[in-house]
Design a protein around this ligand. Structure first.
Ligand SMILES: NC(=O)c1ccc[n+]([C@@H]2O[C@H](COP(=O)([O-])OP(=O)(O)OC[C@H]3O[C@@H](n4cnc5c(N)ncnc54)[C@H](O)[C@@H]3O)[C@@H](O)[C@H]2O)c1
Length: 368
């Protein structure tokens, strides 16, 4: 969806060097005339690699600006938001595990950082459109009725998927910080008239995802299998998730913006839906079939707050915008595999060492 000639778009992407942020920035650079300002503290492994990639795409077109900064720094956030016509907030502490180990960090980044962005937009902004990515973790255990094990997955007595009427039940510090932020984002639309949209997303997967045991499990399962590293499965592996390809998520961002008259002030559950569900064990089978490699794995106690089944019901967003996911699980897993094969050097000898090296390759200029 391109920019019309009359429309000037100046877009700030907080967390723009991460998985979703870098894919969104690439899409904006390739398909619109927008100016894109990436703001990221580069704390996520692979973030610098993603930035290098974006800089190559942008070349010398002057449309990409980069600020290495932290969303906890309200003054800095205020400066970058001032002239934005659109804001996307992906910057976050993204792992439930880290949120349990360091709840203060999680709180300050996810809630404090989002609050800084909202305040900057309200006080100094030019009536920007603002999209925030929240999570299915705000729902705790979804209302699927009785859940039982059947073969390699859990099945529910009610399998309609979770829609936005599901009562909130924040579970884990991450669920609390994202959930509180999502309520703030929504309320700034009601109280201050900011044009905000909240996406509550389940599992997003695709190219340029540096998945780890803590976050990005589909990519993590694939990489570990290819590298011959044993996986730890928390629980019995029958947990079910719906998976959405990152390209479909980008289409949803475009649809939310294009239909901003009706999406502003709304919260939407966004995911791959019933057709794109897999259990952990089923994903391992799929990865083995695709790659020909054998996955090694062992089982551990389930993680606190882990949902047995979560499937998004995105009907509200589909009704409001006409959006529909296109990529099935096969396409999703293949796109990660393809990206892995053309970026093998980042994954050997040990992924974490190579990530760290990739961070060191290019000194980053701070542009504030
Ligand atoms: N990937 C998923 O499956 C998924 C699912 C639900 C919600 N989300 C949400 O989507 C957003 C993006 O997720 P992602 O998968 O791209 O994660 P990611 O870790 O790849 O991206 C997050 C980016 O934010 C940056 N960041 C972290 N702390 C920061 C800070 N204090 N200041 C500035 N930048 C900071 C990181 O360096 C990273 O580049 C997050 O808000 C996450 O909670 C993701």
């Amino acid at each position: 969806m391109g920019t019309t000639k009359s429309e000037f778009r100046s877009i700030v992407v907080f967390g723009g060097a991460g998985f979703i942020g870098s894919n969104w920035t690439e899409r904006l650079l390739k398909t619109t005339d927008a100016k894109v300002h990436v703001f990221d503290n580069l704390s996520r492994m692979g973030a610098r690699h993603n930035l290098d990639y974006l800089q190559k795409i942008a070349g010398r077109n002057g449309r990409l600006q980069i600020t290495v900064g932290d969303v906890r720094d309200a003054a800095m956030v205020g400066r970058v938001v001032k002239y934005a016509t659109e804001i996307y907030n992906f910057a976050a502490q993204v792992a439930v595990t880290t949120s349990v180990a360091d709840p203060r960090l999680d709180f300050e980044v996810n809630l404090g950082g989002t609050f800084n962005i909202l305040e900057a937009a309200r006080r100094h902004g030019q009536d920007p459109f603002l999209l925030f990515t929240s999570t299915n973790k705000v729902y705790g255990n979804s209302g699927d009725g009785v859940v039982r094990a059947l073969g390699s997955r859990y099945v529910a007595s009610r399998s309609r998927g979770t829609d936005e009427t599901q009562p909130l039940d924040f579970h884990s510090p991450y669920g609390c910080s994202k959930g509180a932020a999502d309520q703030y984002v929504r309320d700034y639309a009601r109280i201050f008239g900011l044009r905000t949209v909240v996406f509550r997303m389940s599992c997003i997967a695709g190219q340029r995802q540096f998945g780890s045991e803590d976050q990005g499990w589909v990519a993590h399962f694939l990489y570990s299998t290819l590298e011959g590293k044993p996986l730890t499965i928390f629980g019995d592996g029958r947990q079910v998730r719906d998976v959405l390809h990152v390209d479909d998520l980008l289409n949803a961002f475009e649809a939310a913006y294009a239909n901003r008259k009706s999406t502003a002030g709304q919260i939407y559950n966004i995911g791959g839906g019933e057709e794109n569900t897999t259990s952990l064990l089923e994903l391992i089978d799929r990865v083995e079939e695709l790659t020909g490699a054998r996955a090694g794995y062992n089982f551990c106690d389930p993680r606190a707050g882990d949902q047995l089944i979560y499937v998004s019901d995105s009907a509200k967003f589909q009704r409001d915008t006409g959006w529909k996911p296109k990529a099935d699980l096969d396409v999703i897993v293949k796109s990660i595999y393809k990206w892995y094969r053309s970026n093998r050097e980042l994954f050997a000898p040990s992924r974490s060492e190579r990530y760290a090296q990739a961070e060191l390759l290019t000194p980053m200029r701070r542009v504030a």
